[in-house]
Design a protein around this ligand. Structure first.
Ligand SMILES: C[S@@+](CC[C@H](N)C(=O)[O-])C[C@H]1O[C@@H](n2cnc3c(N)ncnc32)[C@H](O)[C@@H]1O
Length: 226
């Protein structure tokens, strides 16, 4: 089991996975695809005319979805390999690609109308959730919003097994590259009840959509004027 605060295994996995990462979006499961397509439509509406931080942006899957309707997008990731994939896809002067660590986001307070977190919370240690949430609230304008999407276990296809958990309740999973190379990374899942409780303790929930394969949420700071 890797040391939980050593995030090296996670970042190494994603750096090496970058060229094959987007397979997760194109598995042949029509019901699952429908949930993603519904979220795409909601996100395109949500980011309309907004200044957006997409972190971590990965290959830019969600950045590309937002780029036509958003006003400006900063797309940030720690992995240079992921940013290279994103730069191959995104050619839009509204979008800046930036190397940044989500644990130390180098952005000004109140810089964004919307912070988008695609498939990140599940990789963030539970014992550090509150620090992450405070950091996200700092980055948004007073009436700004945070959008998150995460997958539920049925989206994992034929590899549902856990590789164990730690004293904080973080779950670990084995992941394999196409080459067969194996990694063990943190991957948490949330029941609808658990995520509602966690998010409502830290934010005002504007929307929580809990599907079979995914859940997504739009959140405001508890002090938001809107
Ligand atoms: C599951 S992928 C999500 C990518 C993208 N948001 C999406 O939904 O397709 C997780 C991403 O987190 C990035 N990452 C890992 N550790 C990070 C860190 N400390 N700061 C920023 N990005 C990180 C990885 O490089 C990877 O691109």
């Amino acid at each position: 089991m890797p040391d939980l605060d050593d995030r090296e295994e996670l970042i190494q996995y994603y750096c090496q996975r970058a060229p094959e990462y987007e397979q997760i979006y194109y598995r042949d499961m029509p019901e699952r695809r429908r949930e993603i397509d519904d979220e795409i439509a909601r996100l395109q509406e949500l980011c309309k005319d907004k200044s957006v931080l997409d972190i971590p942006c990965g290959t830019g899957y969600w950045t590309a979805i937002m780029q036509d309707s958003a006003d400006q997008i900063v797309a940030a990731d720690l992995s240079r390999e992921m940013l290279a994939e994103a730069s191959g896809r995104i050619r839009n002067e509204k979008v800046s690609l930036v190397q940044a660590d989500i644990n130390k986001p180098p952005f000004a307070t109140g810089a964004f109308d919307l912070v988008a977190l695609g498939f990140w919370l599940s990789h963030h240690p539970r014992q550090h959730f509150v620090t992450l949430f405070e950091s996200l609230k700092r980055l948004i304008k007073p009436a700004g919003k945070i959008w998150m999407i995460e997958n539920n276990p049925p989206a994992e296809g034929d590899r549902p097994e856990s590789f164990g958990s730690d004293k904080h309740g973080n779950n670990f999973k084995e992941r394999f590259l196409d080459s067969g190379k194996r990694f063990v990374i943190m991957k948490n899942y949330f029941s609808e009840e658990e995520i509602r409780e966690l998010l409502s303790a830290n934010f005002r929930i504007e929307r929580l959509t809990y599907g079979k394969y995914y859940w997504s949420a739009v959140l405001l700071s508890p002090d938001s004027p809107s």
